[in-house]
Ligand binder design. Structure first.
Ligand SMILES: [Zn+2]
Length: 238
């Protein structure tokens, strides 16, 4: 059985499904998935005067994001320590967002929390757009629905429904769309993402610590994704 012995960051465009695959990998490897946006949201609620901009390349913002995240990793590690002797390893979603965040991590984080590699989901913008537009939340099932049926080139991503939704739920009243899942905002999110992503991918590429995967068949490609990630991690020498 594979055991994760690195900290990795899951990378990909908004709409690529990285949160979804990250969750499945974390469940499979029995390690925490650390979702930076959730941590920052909670932090902002506790300190109502402090707003955090994850993607601003500004030093103060990057320091704050890296600091809040490190504090959370330490807390989670502390909790894990009480019932396990395993060393700390996790999957990070949403960090690093800028190369400055990488630099701050290297200079200020203890080695055990630093990220060793990036797992990048290679999903073209058109697929991300369609999947973002199809995203709904079923208030009855308390689960995500995706109504988009992406069939282009080698991509085959049919709609996904929670089991209940196929019968009991009414799409008109029970399925909610997020207010920011509209085309103009999706386009802006993708543009913003690409601006920061290339230098981050370059960083991992230059250090030989990047693994790229194209999930043509969505969840049906999960085992393939997992196996190529495991093969890559076993060969990773950092
Ligand atoms: Zn439902």
């Amino acid at each position: 059985m594979f055991r994760l012995t690195h900290n990795i960051s899951i990378l990909g465009s908004p709409g690529s499904g990285k949160g979804f695959y990250g969750r499945l990998l974390a469940q499979h490897w029995k390690v925490p998935l650390v979702t930076t946006s959730d941590i920052l949201k909670k932090h902002a609620q506790r300190h109502s005067n402090q707003s955090l901009d994850m993607e601003s390349g500004k030093l103060a913002d990057c320091q704050l994001v890296a600091g809040v995240l490190l504090e959370n990793l330490r807390e989670q590690h502390q909790i894990q320590r009480t019932n396990s002797t395993r060393p700390w390893h996790c999957i990070l979603d949403g960090f690093p967002r800028t190369t400055l965040q990488i630099q701050i991590m290297q200079e200020t984080w203890p080695v055990e929390y630093q990220i060793h590699g990036g797992l990048h989901l290679n999903v073209p913008d058109e697929v991300c757009r369609q999947k973002s537009l199809g995203r709904r939340f079923c208030t009855i099932c308390q689960d995500f629905v995706n109504t988009a049926n992406v069939q282009m080139d080698d991509w085959d991503l049919p709609p996904t429904y929670p089991k209940l939704c196929s019968k009991a739920c009414d799409p008109k009243t029970d399925w909610l769309q997020r207010k920011d899942d509209v085309l103009a905002i999706i386009q802006a999110r993708l543009a913003m993402h690409h601006e920061h992503e290339e230098p981050i991918l370059d960083y991992f590429r230059q250090h030989n610590t990047l693994c790229q995967f194209t999930p043509y068949k969505g969840v049906r490609d999960f085992d393939k994704l997992r196996l190529s990630a495991e093969e890559w991690l076993q060969a990773l020498t950092v």
